[in-house]
Write a protein that binds this ligand. Structure first.
Ligand SMILES: [Zn+2]
Length: 218
């Protein structure tokens, strides 16, 4: 079975095709070329509507889930579109949010493992960096926040993780209601007050940084 057949089975996107897979020079990575399917229009990242093409950006590598310990990258030249509404903007691609080097599939994969292992263990297991695991968890949490309501939360826990050298901290906010534990927010160099601002909620009277629990659920 060929790698492209597996990719088409697990990670197929309308409007794009996998063209060619090859080892990188040192055989530690596999590069998979992606190109737009013939006749399929690019989608504007501003208004999410098809738009006429404008030009191409240089080829970019999007990191995918590693296979048998070998790093996998999707190689794609993103198109820019001339959208009547948004002007000249880069296209939207289904495998990436455009901001991260990691594909959505890889960020979901890492974030799922980061619920079972520590972030450090997750990074070591998949030969990636702690920063990428943090980005993945942050992405998934932000996606969750944008698609969920915070209304029923009755109890939160706040934890701080030190990272890098010096006094740099990540603030993690968990929902710790009975029967549910979920990570709600990851804040880099931010405070619990900015969690309430970013979530569009007012801090409850009985739940401020000084009164919130500082224990972190496992
Ligand atoms: Zn547009």
């Amino acid at each position: 079975m060929e790698l492209l057949t597996i990719l088409n089975h697990c990670h197929r996107h309308r409007g794009f095709v996998y063209e060619h897979a090859r080892f990188g020079a040192d055989k530690t990575r596999i590069d998979v070329d992606v190109r737009p399917r013939q006749g399929s229009a690019a989608v504007c990242s501003g208004c999410h509507q098809p738009a006429p093409g404008y030009d191409h950006l240089p080829e970019r590598a999007f990191e995918f889930i590693p296979l048998w310990g070998v790093l996998v990258f999707l190689q794609y030249r993103m198109r820019r579109v001339a959208c009547r509404q948004c002007g000249v903007v880069v296209e939207e691609v289904p495998w990436s949010d455009g901001k991260h080097q990691l594909t959505r599939a890889y960020m979901l994969f890492l974030a799922r493992w980061a619920r079972k292992l520590s972030w450090k263990e997750t990074a070591e297991t998949f030969h990636t960096s702690w920063d990428k695991v943090r980005d993945a968890v942050e992405y998934v949490v932000e996606w969750g926040l944008a698609h969920r309501t915070l209304a029923p939360i009755r109890a939160i826990g706040v934890d701080e993780i030190q990272y890098a050298k010096g006094h740099k901290y990540l603030t993690l906010v968990y929902q710790i209601d009975q029967g549910i534990t979920r990570l709600l927010w990851v804040g880099k160099e931010r405070t619990i007050e900015s969690f309430w601002t970013s979530s569009g909620s007012a801090a409850p009277r009985h739940c401020t940084s000084s009164t919130a629990s500082t224990s972190s659920p496992k």
